[in-house]
Design a protein around this ligand. Structure first.
Ligand code: FPP
Length: 247
């Protein structure tokens, strides 16, 4: 699918930049198929693109970027693809960690490490440790992540802690999600024309603005991100309220 023409190449100073953008990076497989390439070539192109989008977010002043890298459901893909994605993740950390660290990116993991190869677990932990003090952009990598799984885990923790039912608030749950301490996303982007949430940030995206674009993830560049931010600025966020009761 071809990209819609970008409308602007600069951030308008009047715009509000979403503090937290979350992205479902979809369409790698179709991008590869269009080029008669194996699916993994699409994931590699998607990973290259991720570098560009992380940098664009830092440039625009986005404070939190959450990316859906591997879902709890993705284990059901063919073994070769799962292995390939794990390898791509390992290479990404090896290749990018120094630069991301130098650019002030703090890497966090959203999801569970159980079931992930010990060598990769160690790499993820190293990336988190190395970048812990960085402040420019928090990059939450949703890896082995599922929104329902996350909520089940939070409920289990609440029960294990013996918190009485009447004391449970929204905060009690939010504090036990993988994203504890991270503000909810303001804007969730899904590429590739699919229009569904696919178990991503179910709790956290309750009041997010959703932006769907037909562009496949490897082609989603800085200009498309700008267009998503422009579109976000055309929305009126009401959080369930009436903004002007006389209108
Ligand atoms: C969805 O495309 C994409 C994924 C399941 C994986 C996303 C992973 C990356 C971009 C690279 C790894 C991430 C990091 C952090 C290094 P799809 O395969 O479902 O595409 P399709 O719907 O066209 O088949």
């Amino acid at each position: 699918m071809s990209a819609p023409p970008p409308k602007s190449s600069q951030l308008d100073p009047a715009w509000e930049v979403p503090a937290h953008i979350a992205i479902i990076m979809d369409g790698n497989g179709r991008w590869a198929r269009q080029r008669n390439l194996p699916r993994l070539a699409g994931h590699r192109a998607g990973t290259e693109n991720l570098r560009r989008v992380i940098r664009a977010c830092a440039e625009f002043g986005v404070r939190y970027l959450t990316i859906y890298a591997f879902s709890t459901e993705n284990w059901a893909r063919p073994r070769e693809e799962v292995e390939g994605l794990m390898e791509i993740m390992r290479e990404f950390i090896d290749r990018e960690l120094d630069e991301l660290d130098a650019e002030g990116v703090q890497i966090r993991h959203v999801g569970k490490l159980e079931g992930v190869r010990p060598e990769l677990q160690a790499k993820v932990r190293e990336a988190i440790e190395r970048t812990r003090g960085n402040q420019r952009l928090v990059l939450n990598v949703a890896f082995n992540y599922g929104g329902r799984d996350e909520i089940v885990r939070a409920v289990r923790l609440i029960v294990q802690e013996g918190i009485p039912a009447e004391e449970i608030t929204e905060e009690t749950i939010a504090d036990r999600l993988y994203t504890a301490g991270v503000p909810d996303p303001d804007l969730v982007i899904r590429t590739s024309g699919e229009v569904r949430t696919s178990n991503f940030l179910l709790w956290q995206s309750a009041y997010a603005e959703w932006y769907f674009t037909p562009v496949f993830w490897p082609d989603f560049g800085r200009e498309h991100l700008l267009e998503a931010i422009a579109d976000y600025n055309r929305r009126e966020r009401r959080f369930g309220r009436v903004l002007d009761p006389d209108e």
